[in-house]
Design a protein around this ligand. Structure first.
Ligand code: FAD
Length: 512
């Protein structure tokens, strides 16, 4: 494999879905930023960035919920938040409500909320240990004890106050946004910033000495120093460079199909995603400003397409005003090597893990940010590729474990799917031992230190562990517990947050 010694002059991205355009805008801003900031796209860029997309191959058109840190990536891309909200019919999201992931509790559907915020009100001990010591799980959900978002959603408030700046709120928040509108919006912003847009379909990929020398399209051939494969599940550029380059996660995560239904909003938009477990998977509900996206992610070995669609439709109810129904195949896993020769796969071409924690766009963020640092050197060496591959592999492997955590603590036994779900921890190295340990001690920061889990830390783990009833059995060994004042403070802060924030419906009016 050749080691490029010439400075990086050109990048060609193939694919015009979220991954292609997000990567294009970000890299363009990092490498050619001054030119754009000065509004002088006439000045030659440091690095020419071209994006090739086919008008005959549609984008996947799902991927409408995000994690909260995507705000910082959008800000780093130079996007104006109000414009983004308006152009993509977006709403705010402060967490995910999980329903039905365990058997009903006291006749009620099991439910817990995984918010983006976790209070840190240090007194004698951290607040989550206090919550356990006080045995508050007999009274309330964990999120109600330690998260402000939990109170804000109950009160129908947005995460914003009248004074909140762009991308700021009283609690962290992400978005629900229209995927197709998002791709169009990003395309416009990228072209305005000087990214070259080429509508063409790649017919062949020419490889020489372990690198892509050119791509052959129906509009001519294109060369570049670096190629980015954002062709979605096709992954056609990276596949041309290396065979046997895929690691499947289907042993741990068997859901390999989805049926997506867009419908009219059944009620005013909620500032959270809902993930309701059904017979062989789960359903997402994502409220945009003008419609709702739903979809059943299921195990296609156990359920036919027709059965899945039927189950989703009956879950939504006969009065659901359906706008569109689409069936999707999902390739679950990731590349062994995301970066081979002069080509890097970003987005679905690099890997995919079911969207239970809305991480697709986040993984693009991680991939693009790492690319900017890994491409900044004078030449691309194998050491740089190895570093990128090690980090991206780590992110996917850690995410796989976090998603498995949602399944393996279930007590549901009403289908083969759920009986098998309880056994899935074995496919994540070290997880069974950690789960055993977390029956006797809290899950804390150091338990996950040394992993790549920058996205989901001990705080996130606790929401799922306690949401699924996996509480450690602790003795009352702390000396001066002041639970009452601690949790009174939570109530006080929640009230204050509620009074200072704008109702969601009112806030969304700003973007109409
Ligand atoms: C069921 C499901 C639900 C999801 N939900 C979420 C979610 O809630 N949140 C989240 O963050 N992520 C989610 N994701 C992931 C998210 O959809 C993707 O990460 C995101 O849309 C990026 O897709 P992409 O750009 O990699 O691929 P695509 O959108 O598939 O785009 C591929 C592009 O490649 C182009 N292309 C393909 N072949 C050629 C060719 N030969 N020549 C030229 N161009 C070509 C196409 O024209 C297209 O422009 C979900 C994914 C699935 C499957």
């Amino acid at each position: 494999m050749q080691q490029s010694k010439t400075p990086l002059r050109s990048i060609c991205i193939v694919g015009g879905g979220s991954s292609g355009w997000m990567t294009a805008i970000y890299l363009n801003r990092v490498f050619n930023g001054d030119r754009v900031a000065n509004g002088s796209s006439e000045v030659a860029p440091n690095i020419e960035i071209r994006l090739v997309e086919s008008e005959d191959i549609a984008i996947i058109g799902v991927g409408e919920a995000t994690v909260h840190s995507i705000r910082f990536f959008f800000a780093a891309m130079g996007l104006d938040e109000a414009e983004l909200m308006r152009e993509t019919n977006a709403t705010f999201k402060t967490g995910i409500m999980f329903r039905n992931w365990r058997k009903p509790v006291n006749g009620q559907t099991h439910q817990y909320f995984h918010p983006f915020d976790h209070l840190k009100l240090g007194m004698d001990m951290d607040i989550s240990s206090s919550w356990l010591q006080d045995a508050r799980y007999t009274l309330e959900r964990f999120d109600q004890g330690v998260s402000l978002s939990s109170h804000l959603i109950a009160a129908g408030r947005s995460p914003k106050t009248p004074q909140s700046e762009a991308y700021q709120g009283v609690v962290p928040y992400g978005y629900h946004l229209d995927a197709v509108k998002m791709a169009r919006f990003l395309r416009r912003k990228a072209i305005e910033a000087g990214v070259i847009h080429q509508v063409a379909t790649v017919k062949d990929v020419v490889v020489a000495a372990g690198n892509i020398s050119e791509i052959v399209t129906d509009q001519g051939n294109f060369t570049a120093d670096i190629f980015i494969d954002s062709t979605g599940f096709r992954g056609l550029l990276l596949d041309a460079l290396k065979a046997d380059n895929w690691q499947s996660f289907t042993d741990a995560l068997p859901c390999n199909k989805a049926v997506a239904i867009q419908r009219e909003l059944p009620a005013p938009p909620k500032p959270y995603t809902t993930a309701t477990a059904l017979s062989h998977g789960w359903v997402w509900e994502i409220d945009l400003a003008d419609r709702q996206g739903t979809g059943y992610v299921y195990d296609g070995e156990k359920l036919s397409k027709e059965q899945a669609e039927q189950e989703l439709r009956s879950y939504l109810g006969s009065d659901a005003a359906v706008l569109k129904c689409t069936h999707l195949d999902m390739k679950v896993g990731c590349r062994k090597e995301f970066w081979v020769g002069n080509c890097i796969a970003v987005g679905l071409a690099g890997g995919f893990i079911e969207p239970l924690e809305s991480t697709g766009l986040h993984l693009i963020n991680l991939g693009a940010r790492l690319l900017s640092t890994h491409l900044a050197g004078e030449q691309q060496s194998q050491a740089v590729r190895d570093s990128y591959n090690r980090l991206m592999n780590g992110f996917y492997t850690d995410l796989k474990q976090f998603i498995v955590l949602h399944y393996c603590l279930t007590d549901r036994d009403d289908s083969e799917f759920w009986r098998a779900a309880a056994e899935k921890a074995q496919y994540c190295e070290g997880l069974p031992a950690q789960l055993a340990c977390w029956q006797h001690k809290v899950c804390e920061y150091m338990d996950l230190a040394g992993t790549f889990s920058t996205t989901f830390t001990d705080e996130n783990y606790r929401f799922v562990l306690y949401g699924m009833g996996h509480y450690p059995q602790l003795q009352r060994r702390f000396t001066t517990p002041q639970y009452e004042s601690l949790f009174a403070k939570v109530q006080q802060q929640a009230k204050h947050a509620e009074l200072s924030t704008i109702p969601l419906a009112t806030y969304l009016q700003r973007y109409r």
